[in-house]
Design a protein around this ligand. Structure first.
Ligand code: BES
Ligand code: MN
Ligand code: ZN
Length: 488
């Protein structure tokens, strides 16, 4: 997709399609009105004839409107309430859907919708993002439909110069689509080694330093928690480190760490068979780190960012960990593995210790499909946010609001820590039936030392839908990119 801005009027600009809006009372935006005047009231007639009523995200595609230059007009309803990020996103998704298969240029007259909460840059960024996102197709192991090859080639923004916002939205949209591709890949393709190859591929075309730690090195180092998960699989586990330097070399980096369990059977604490295929999505934290790094590389912010992935396959096997095993983590703390299905925290804790010791980040945010309990609590709407650091919490919440990639802060108080007491080790890897999302976060908090750290549980938000609409969501790439860009 190409991006341009223009100050031409809606009635005379040439376009494959021009997008203009009207509200729930039938009030036309300035651009809709310009088209209405040039066409002798054709738009007003559509409203009067109830072809469109202006309801939120309602669309009407008009193939030829007399008296104007554009080949098509898409009328979009904005409803009767002031727009906020949620309703505005609905409007943009409706536009993206209605124009997804048109060819040529797409002109959008949406700056007129800017208000106190959503400025012109927000609209431009989210317009580009919505259009890029609708172009997502899974094609690795299934061909695209034959009629599915046209798409708008240029997005032209009418109004002020919003090129940088358009490019930001484009980069985030591409990062989201990349994250979705990785999430949707089958687990026999998307292995820890495949994720490491992806990191090298990002480094190939960009300025990114990639380091991959293999299972033998990690065992040698003493990462007993990580190895306790990886050892039961014939796919070798890996930790992947991607260092982007946009700031000064001595400036501490902001680190994002993704859980990359490329398939989670539960191990010896085997999961039930129903929907077990969905455990291919247990690497979506890792996928969101790759998607975010791709966007960061496209946008080149002046900060240092480290994307890290801790990746393994959780399998039952003769040499797999057993409930009751006690292992020593890289930090030196011993862990009683009471349930081999609580493996995410085991691969994450050693990655946190490695990062703190060797990479000394300014901040650390982990992203993980960690608990069914978080999914039960927050559904597919909000990711769970856990941190004791209010500054970090506020930064992540602000980024979530801007991107409409929402989070809800859940408790992480010391009172929950005792649920992880073990008779035989420093800490148990599960905390019983209560507060499952919080006890998982408590477990991780034991390994954060003095580094400002936050945990995002994306178990409910990383993928969703059922039947034809089942797939990875690309979350929380938009949140992470906005969070990192605000560090500039
Ligand atoms: N990957 C799962 C969490 C999960 C489950 C995400 C379902 C999305 C949907 C994680 O490794 C896991 O199995 N967690 C256990 C923890 C329990 C054993 C304490 C869970 O949530 O049941
Ligand atoms: Mn598990
Ligand atoms: Zn898991």
């Amino acid at each position: 997709m190409q991006y341009q801005t223009s100050t031409q009027t809606a009635s005379t600009i040439s376009a494959g399609c021009i997008v203009v809006t009207l509200d729930g009372a039938g009030k036309l935006s300035d651009s809709a009105n310009a088209i209405n005047v040039a066409s002798n009231g054709y738009i007003q007639d559509r409203f009067n004839a109830k072809d469109i009523q202006g309801k939120l995200a309602e669309t009407l595609l008009l193939p030829s409107v007399p008296g104007i230059t554009a080949q098509r007009v898409l009328l979009v309803g904005t409803g009767s309430e002031p727009l906020h990020a949620g309703s505005a996103t609905k409007v943009l998704n409706a536009i993206a859907k209605a124009t997804a298969k048109l060819s040529g240029s797409l002109v959008v007259a949406l700056e007129e919708l800017a208000n106190e909460t959503l400025n012109a840059a927000w609209w431009a960024e989210h317009s580009a993002m919505a259009l890029v996102k609708t172009q997502y197709r899974y094609t690795t192991t299934k061909k695209a439909a034959e009629d599915d090859n046209s798409a708008p080639d240029t997005l032209i923004w009418i109004g002020s110069d919003q090129l940088s916002a358009l490019h930001k939205g484009n980069a985030i949209g591409n990062g989201i689509n990349y994250c979705k591709t990785l999430g949707d890949l089958p687990p026999n393709i998307c292995t820890p080694s495949y994720l490491a190859d992806q990191a090298h591929e990002l480094a190939h075309t960009n300025t990114l330093k990639v380091t991959v730690l293999d299972e033998a090195e990690l065992a040698e180092m003493g990462a007993g928690a990580f190895v306790s998960v990886a050892k039961g699989s014939s796919e070798p586990g890996k930790m992947i480190i991607m260092q982007y330097q946009g700031g000064q070399p001595d400036e501490p980096a902001h680190l994002i760490l993704g859980k990359g369990i490329t398939f989670d059977t539960g191990g010896i604490s085997l999961k039930p068979g129903l929907k077990m295929d969905e455990m291919k999505y247990d690497m979506c934290g890792a996928a969101s780190v790759l998607g975010t790094m791709q966007a960061i590389l496209a946008l080149q912010p002046k900060i240092n960012v480290i994307g890290m992935i801790t990746s393994a396959e959780n399998m039952p096997a003769g040499n797999a960990s057993k409930p009751g095993d006690v292992v020593t983590s890289l930090s030196g703390k011993t862990i009683e593995i009471l349930n081999t299905d609580a493996e995410g925290r085991l691969v994450l804790c050693d990655a946190m210790t490695y990062a703190i010791r060797h990479l000394k980040p300014a901040t650390m945010v982990d992203i993980a499909t960690l608990t069914g309990a978080c999914m039960a609590a927050l559904g597919e709407v909000n990711s769970g946010l856990f941190t004791q650091d209010d500054t970090l919490a506020n930064e992540l919440i602000a980024a979530a609001q801007h991107s409409h990639d929402r989070v809800w802060r859940l408790p992480l108080e010391d009172d929950y820590q005792e649920l992880l007491d073990s008779n035989f080790a420093d800490i148990a890897n599960i905390g019983g039936p209560l507060a499952g999302a919080t006890t998982a976060a408590c477990f991780l908090s034991r390994f954060s030392e003095d580094t400002p750290w936050a945990h995002l549980d994306i178990a409910g938000t990383a993928w969703g839908g059922a039947g034809k609409s089942k797939g990875a969501s690309g979350r929380p790439v938009a949140l992470l990119v906005n969070y990192l860009l605000a560090k500039q």
